[in-house]
Write a protein that binds this ligand. Structure first.
Ligand code: TAP
Length: 474
């Protein structure tokens, strides 16, 4: 049992001013695996005070100092690889291989990228009639979700450090321990006191407190649209800048010349990775009508290559969902789907032999209409939808006919058609034929997928204000 009931404020681990705690549940066993403190308004106030006190010096720190701190974090992070893998497997239920090959490197990648981006970054520019200065935005509040415990916190923290913005991090209370490891690593990285603070607690207390706090200048939030809306409303009262990363229902457009196996692999990895709890997952698969039968056969053939089960067991690709609530949500979408479309495989209930743990059956719907609920709403589970098209323009129109616009995927051969589809999907990130992820590529959404961009140099920009100085002496 992990019991980590302190907050990290002003460079040290401190007791909470309250006595309430929050249980953290292991989703594979349904047992309490740890406890954290349920932070109070007073705890948050202390953290904001520390961050504001750190601001003058931290915002004026040099590029070299920030690069050194980021490099120290990289070093500390790498030393604790095994622990990160264990923590995420425990708190998120992420299979060992996914913790090692996806979660661990993603968190690390943002710190490494911040070093590279910062080395190239220009905080001042002579623009002829004026000099442009980019200065730290002030104190930032970071609110992160449970689905990528290291990635979500790391991209925000790395960019904020690169920009010289002191932060208060509130990690998701379902998966707080990887973020607390990050705090331990940052503690040893030599940052000035108060530049990094972590306050644990519920969204309704600490998250809500961050978005309405007059001492916080910028809120960077990743999570659900419903909470994003509350954060914008709260932020409006003190005219805070707000960046939101809110998820999606991303399309995979399979071209007529695509290899059917490549297309099925892309669809399955989007559906199954992290048990489908990925904001950028492609879960509307648009295939030519003529490919329907071969695609369905192929996806069913390949589904067993993603075995579901105990995340601690070798060879498991997909673990449980994060919580009972998430399991219930996924079940209710599958129930809806059964009324709206044809169930190709899966369904409600737990997979055979997995009665304990929040396991869901990998579920594929076909004959799906793009305007059905299962094709329009984010399910956040191992569920995908197959939608056929006759004409590529129709496919693009359907791909864009959704309130979200976070990501998109194209599978096929003809370069001109691939470019055409990639350019015409209205989303912030497109992957062509399963391309590798570039950590310098901006990440964020069009439409209701959010506001702003994270990752790399665009991520750093979020934590900066722009100043134009006219008549700056040369
Ligand atoms: P949210 O409720 O949005 O939680 C995300 C973060 O916001 C957590 O740290 C949460 O704290 C905090 N929060 C909750 N209420 C808040 C409030 N009123 N003010 C400020 N912060 C608040 O997401 P969830 O309940 O975990 O998941 C629900 C759905 O959101 C999922 O089914 C999925 O569709 C979507 N989701 C999307 C993403 C991404 S990456 N876009 C990630 C996770 C979930 P606590 O959880 O500690 O209370």
């Amino acid at each position: 049992m992990r019991k980590q009931i302190k907050h990290y404020i002003n460079g040290e681990w401190v007791e909470s001013t309250g006595s309430e705690t929050i249980d953290v549940i292991n989703p594979a066993t349904e047992e309490v695996m740890g406890k954290i403190s349920s932070g109070t308004e007073e705890d948050l106030d202390k953290a904001v005070k520390a961050a504001r006190a750190a601001f003058p010096a931290f915002s004026r720190s040099t590029k070299e100092e920030r690069i050194q701190w980021l490099n120290n974090i990289v070093e500390g992070y790498e030393k604790r690889k095994e622990e990160f893998i264990d923590v995420m497997t425990d708190e998120l239920g992420s299979p060992l291989t996914v913790s090692e090959e996806v979660h661990y490197p993603m968190g690390l990648g943002h710190f490494k990228q911040a070093v590279d981006s910062l080395a190239e970054f220009s905080f001042s520019e002579d623009r002829g009639g004026h000099t442009l200065l980019k200065e730290s935005i002030g104190v930032s509040g970071l609110i992160t979700p449970w689905n990528f415990p290291t990635n979500q916190a790391s991209t925000k923290i790395a960019s904020a450090i690169a920009a010289g913005s002191p932060v208060i991090l509130k990690p998701a209370s379902k998966t707080p321990f990887a973020a607390m490891m990050l705090a331990e690593i940052i503690d040893e990285a030599g940052l000035p006191k108060g530049a990094f603070n972590l306050v644990n607690g519920s969204g309704s207390d600490i998250g809500n407190g961050i978005s309405s706090h007059p001492g916080i200048d910028f809120v960077s939030f990743t999570g659900s649209g419903a909470v994003g809306e509350k954060i914008m409303k709260n932020g409006a009262e003190t005219i805070k800048k707000v960046a939101l990363e809110l998820g999606g229902k991303s399309p995979i457009v399979v071209l007529g010349d695509a290899d059917v196996k490549d297309a099925a692999k892309t669809a399955l990895s989007n559906m199954m990775t992290n048990t489908g709890q990925v904001c950028s997952a492609g879960t509307r698969v648009f295939i030519p009508q003529s490919m329907k039968q071969s695609f369905e056969e192929m996806i069913l053939d390949l589904l067993p290559t993603f075995p579901v089960g105990d995340p601690w067991k070798e060879g498991i690709a997909t673990g449980p969902l994060v919580s009972e609530d998430q399991w219930d949500t996924v079940q209710s979408y599958i129930e809806k789907g059964k009324k709206e479309a044809t169930l190709l495989v899966g369904g409600t209930g737990k997979p055979e032999g997995l009665d304990t743990g929040y396991y869901a059956k990998p579920t594929i719907f076909t004959d799906v209409s793009n305007d059905s609920v299962i094709a329009q709403e984010e399910i956040f589970g191992p569920v995908t939808t197959i939608i056929t098209y006759d004409d590529l323009e129709d496919a693009i129109e359907m791909a864009n006919d959704n309130v979200y616009g976070l990501a998109g995927y194209v599978v096929g051969k003809d370069p001109e058609t691939l470019r055409y589809v990639a350019s015409n999907i209205r989303a912030g990130r497109i992957k062509v034929n399963g391309a590798e992820t570039d950590f310098n590529g901006p990440f964020g959404g069009y439409k209701q997928s959010g506001i702003g961009r994270e990752w790399g140099d665009f991520g750093i920009e979020e934590y900066l204000e722009i100043k134009s100085v006219h008549g700056m002496p040369k």
